[in-house]
Design a protein around this ligand. Structure first.
Ligand SMILES: Nc1ncnc2c1ncn2[C@@H]1O[C@H](COP(=O)(O)OP(=O)(O)OP(=O)(O)O)[C@@H](O)[C@H]1O
Length: 283
């Protein structure tokens, strides 16, 4: 099944997740086009892992709907599941096996699994797979989880802080393995939703950014649009009507303005890095 580039690889409608009296995810409606690379960012506890777990079909939604690759997340077909890769924040690994044994065990369930890809990724990420999983360092366990999610060449990847325990060199290799031009069509078609707090890495690779705050999507935009139109404006800058204000820093009074809605002749304001945008949206 090949998706048209205009199809949504992930679509949610008023997705809610309630646990006890906590409303963890609040009416999340998202449409993520096939082929996009979306950075999912937000403060600790904003709901990123919960959203990824709901999408992966690991937690039942309280209400609303989610579909992945055209299939409801609550009832994925085997064919859709085989095209999905998920890396949990804390990977669930078979500690009693060697890494290569675990790779073989999981790989046997996937028709598109590639031993060559396992070897290539293990080499790139500098992971020895002839060792017992329980004896791998935290970072090496994360590398194993990443290889497990990538070796079947998934069309949709859900990555929950996959680089948090990787050293900077390995992180660079991981980003190259994920986003490098490998010249194959399936690579280009792949949709990736990746949560990370390392925003300098993200801003180099994302096509879109979803900002989460308090269980809701605060802002979902193409990264090019954010760079071009979302500017920092001092509190007293003229030509910024209320409808252009995306958020106001309650400490400084500075505003993020969507300049597509600014008055003609308004000052240009300052372009923001992803890191700065994150700080301003949460201040
Ligand atoms: N089973 C649960 N029962 C009640 N509350 C929960 C449960 N799981 C998560 N939460 C709460 O839901 C909120 C969102 O948690 P989540 O782990 O999704 O955040 P996150 O954005 O991934 O955070 P981090 O950046 O720290 O990983 C938090 O307030 C958390 O305490």
């Amino acid at each position: 099944m090949t998706m048209n580039p205009t199809d949504a690889a992930i679509a949610t409608t008023r997705l809610n997740l309630v646990r006890g009296d906590a409303n963890i995810l609040k009416s999340i409606t998202l449409d993520i086009p096939a082929g996009s690379v979306v950075g999912l960012v937000g403060r600790n506890g904003a709901g990123k892992s919960s959203l990824l777990r709901c999408l992966a079909g690991l937690i039942e939604l309280s209400s609303g709907s989610a579909s992945l690759l055209g299939c409801p997340s609550s009832n994925m077909t085997d064919a859709a599941r085989e095209r999905l890769g998920y890396v949990a924040q804390t990977p669930d690994l078979f500690n009693w096996m060697r890494a290569d044994e675990m790779l073989a065990a999981i790989g046997s369930a996937y028709p598109r699994w590639s031993e060559a890809r396992v070897k290539e990724l293990a080499g790139r990420l500098d992971l020895r797979i002839d060792r017992k999983v329980s004896e791998l360092s935290g970072g090496d366990q994360q590398k194993l989880a990443v290889i497990l999610a990538l070796a079947h060449d998934p069309a949709l990847l859900l990555l929950d802080e996959p680089v948090a325990s990787l050293d900077p060199l390995t992180r660079r290799e991981f980003m190259r393995a994920l986003f490098g031009a490998e010249g194959d069509d399936t690579e280009r078609e792949r949709t990736i939703l990746i949560s990370s707090h390392i925003l300098t890495d993200l801003e180099r690779v994302v096509s879109h950014v979803a900002f989460m705050r308090d269980g809701a999507i605060q802002l979902f935009e193409a990264w090019d649009t954010l760079l071009e139109y979302f500017r920092l404006q001092p509190a007293n800058a003229p030509g910024i009507p209320q409808e252009a204000v995306v958020s106001t820093n309650k400490h400084t009074g500075d505003r993020i303005a969507d300049m597509r809605r600014a008055a003609p002749g308004a000052s240009e304001g300052r372009t923001l890095s992803l890191d700065e945008l994150f700080v301003e949206l949460n201040a």
